[in-house]
Design a protein around this ligand. Structure first.
Ligand code: SAM
Ligand code: SF4
Ligand code: SF4
Length: 364
């Protein structure tokens, strides 16, 4: 697995340091609008498609605390990104709720304002196992939205997929707690892996139909290398929609905004909607406005980047906000990533592809 890949040398800082732009676009005219921050490389699950036990066993060495960005460093970077046009920050990992005192970080980030004085949107992705304990305090600290991963309602399948024996009921309690705390909207992500949990598609759809939770089906992606991804194990979103619609008729609806990762479908009887995220079969690179900061403060401009740029080093070597701001703008302007688009669907050869950075590290 790839963790500590050689970093790109930090590009020469442009001579005239640049004030935050409020708007910066890459080579494909995509604006910088969303930032995902990985808070920890640790997780209490061992999902077979993300951190399989064979690669992340008892002797796996996780990052020391000193390597992680501090809350002050995260907030400093986030402030600079917001000044360049970021409107939405998503906290992720690893399992972000394992990061101690996460509420303090949420409180710090919730105070950031866009250049035109608006609040940013603060979201979190979690496996839900600790959500029942944390939902209220995170809401009180300023969390707006949460996405909870849940791959099955069947305990045997779920335990097999999370690799750590966690029951479904823990996650369902977490969802109820998030709802009671007033966090919204709440989304539920199901990664569909052919032959493992695809028979749960209709069951999950039925369970969440008419509920306050928006269920989204995620195509199994070739992120990282330890999951030994095979294209045959991908169930295309079109097939997911077909299977659900055979029981509960669906119709396509417009996306909420440009760059939304999920395609939306609503039940014809008016009882809510589902989403499908087709990262493999219908890539959405064209509108991808997301940057990622890894657990150790490396900036990646694509989930599939082979290397990134070390912002932690800039901070710890005493660079000013203006200098860091210039580097970020410079890197975004150079960005040309469109991995999923180039991958296409007919690429069996991708299974032997070059090493990629694990999702738990770069931030899913
Ligand atoms: N631990 C948290 C969780 O599971 O929600 C946050 C981090 S996790 C890496 C973020 C999201 O990535 C989860 O919804 C997870 O299901 C998804 N994910 C991880 N590996 C994936 C893969 N190979 N293909 C598709 N989605 C994946
Ligand atoms: Fe942990 Fe999330 Fe990866 Fe599962 S998907 S192993 S819960 S980081
Ligand atoms: Fe964005 Fe890279 Fe994913 Fe394309 S492959 S949508 S550029 S993160």
């Amino acid at each position: 697995m790839t963790y500590h890949r050689q970093l790109n040398a930090v590009p020469p800082i442009p001579a005239a340091t640049e004030l935050p732009t409020g708007f910066v676009a890459d080579t494909l005219a995509r604006p910088l609008q969303e930032l995902r921050i990985s808070l920890t490389d640790r997780c209490n699950f061992r999902c077979i498609y993300c951190m399989p036990e064979e690669s992340f066993g008892k002797d796996h060495v996780f990052l020391p605390q000193s390597a992680l960005l501090s809350f002050e460093e995260i907030t400093r970077i986030a402030r600079i990104f917001v000044a360049h046009g970021v409107r939405k920050i998503r906290l992720t990992g690893g399992e972000p709720l394992l990061r101690k005192h996460i509420e303090n970080l949420i409180e710090m980030l919730a105070q950031l304002k866009t250049p035109d004085g608006r609040d940013i949107e603060l979201a979190l992705t979690t496996n839900g196992s600790l959500l029942a304990r944390k939902a209220q305090s995170m809401k009180d600290a300023g969390l707006n939205r949460v996405t909870v991963s849940l791959d099955s309602l069947d305990d045997a399948i779920f335990k097999r997929m999370n690799g750590a024996g966690f029951p479904v009921s823990d996650v369902l309690h977490g969802l109820d707690a998030a709802l009671a705390a007033g966090i919204g909207p709440i989304k539920v992500n199901m990664v569909v892996k052919g032959g493992v949990n695809d028979r749960e598609i209709v069951h999950m759809a039925r369970h969440f139909k008419g509920s306050p939770f928006i269920l989204r089906f995620i195509e199994y992606m070739d992120a990282g290398t330890s999951n030994n991804w095979k294209v045959d194990e991908v169930i295309p979103s079109a097939e997911v929609v077909r299977r659900i619609a055979a029981h509960m008729p669906l119709e396509a609806i417009n996306s909420n905004h440009k760059g939304e990762t999920a395609e939306r479908w609503r039940y014809r009887d008016g009882s809510g909607e589902i989403g499908v995220v087709s990262s493999v079969t219908r890539a959405f690179c064209r509108d991808c406005a997301r940057a990622r900061i890894s657990t150790v403060g490396v900036l990646y401009t694509c989930l599939f980047s082979a290397s990134g740029h070390d912002l932690r080093a800039l901070m710890r070597y005493g660079k000013s906000d203006l200098e860091i701001s210039s580097v970020i703008a410079h890197l975004w302007r150079l960005r040309a990533d469109r991995y999923s688009e180039l991958r296409g669907m007919a690429t069996k050869g991708m299974e032997r592809e070059v090493e990629k950075i694990e999702m738990s590290y770069i931030g899913g």
